[in-house]
Ligand binder design. Sequence first.
Ligand code: NAD
Length: 484
Amino acid sequence: MVSRVIPVDTFDLVIFGGTGDLARRKIFPGLYRRFMAGQMNADSRIIGAARAKNSDEQFRAMIHDSLLEFVPKDRQDDKVIEAFLARIDYVSIDAKEESGWTKLKSTVRANVVRAFYFSVAPALFGDLAERLHAHAITDATSRVVVEKPFGRDLATAKALNATLAKYFAETQIYRIDHYLGKETVQNLMAVRFANILFEPIWKAQYIDHVQITVAETVGVDGRGAYYDKSGAMRDMVQNHMMQLLCLIAMEPPYHFDPDAVRDEKLKVIRALEPVTVNDIVRGQYLAGGGEGGYIEHSENPNSKTESYVALRVNVANWRWKGTPFYLRTGKRLRARYSEIAITFKEPPHSIFDDAKGWKANVLVIRLQPNEGMNLMVMIKEPGPGGMRLMQVPLDMTFADALGQDAEDVPDAYERLIMDVIRGNQTLFMRGDEVEAAWAWTDPIIQGWEARGDKPQDYDAGSSGPEDALMLLHKDGRRWREIKG
Ligand code: NAD
């Protein structure tokens, strides 16, 4: 099945940090794919802006190299690449200096959608916003896209919101959380709210617990000094995993509309109970598999930053009272594996003698690898052996079910950038949402900092620290396997 591509309006997209890692690895390859699909029209333009003194040609050559490196070979078409590169310009600009802004102003057209992607360190957001405004490059119709991290605590997030609010209305600000751009994550909403099947049982009465796992095999080698100031809680839980939790736990919005969806997510965040010390396990990976451990990678021999965290989270409202949400994320784990697993309760009464064979229904939403869903259901074991039960998956790997080449499923970044051009904020975080998430996260981090807690060691290539297993065992449950 070929998915429908609806072209977006003509745009000028300025990418500050256009020479950076994110721009070269994700943003430009994503835009190329949208151009190839016909969604970005041939009149739209992308303007790279960064400090380096590149000519347009030098910058295009750099982007050409990035496309060859990051676009799959069978999607590299010389003619399309040439036409795409012709849509790219470059302006040398320093966020903290005055030069370059006049050139940028004359480069950006007034009569098209104007978007400004801040793919630079957040410390520069204020400078960029101020200069864009001072040089009248933006107006009330312009959009700004800001990258994570959005603050490192409530105070810094508030300050960042206040700075942006000086120059832009909330409806102009697109705070990226690329997890929300994932096909499966949006499918979570479709499955919940476009079917009658799940919603009546989507509550504590029928759901035993929820597990959210984001496991990575890579460590922090090469960016250890940066990561050491962040840690798994700030880097993954406060933003990405919180967003996933919200989409599972939220009430049905009255409409699939930016504020209706974000209002419901905000209510979930506000309903999160404080997490006690017994509900948290933090870890640091050890050396192994020919690689150094966290301590070596972080370059800080006394580091207490966690490369792994597991939490038990309770949502204190009528729908979820009594159903814990277990979250875990870590680096250097057994496999690169992300999923949400919703485990249902036992039927109230069994008519079968085969009690041993019974297993809980689980709805698994897989984010990677192979985005898709699985519903584990009980059936009769085939054959004449009597009524014995077994569990089988109702498997829906999207690429298979839709007859799609996995390469054709748009990447989160390309989808989100197209939403910016369309002016649709549904999949972007609102300022009050981010602040509420920090308001819940801050006391947790402050708690372990005040206690001086040191994370537990865990083996590289394992499922995480031993105590993380205990977190579920003491509730009579177990983590699902992190599969390779
Ligand atoms: P990077 O260090 O590779 O690139 C930084 C870019 O900012 C460069 O283009 C540089 O020229 C530009 N820059 C630096 N100082 C500047 C100044 N004074 N004026 C103008 N431009 C300046 O960083 P990155 O990895 O591309 O990350 C960019 C942003 O995206 C950061 O906020 C980062 O946290 C976020 N982010 C990155 C990734 C990733 O995978 N790389 C993922 C998520 C979020």
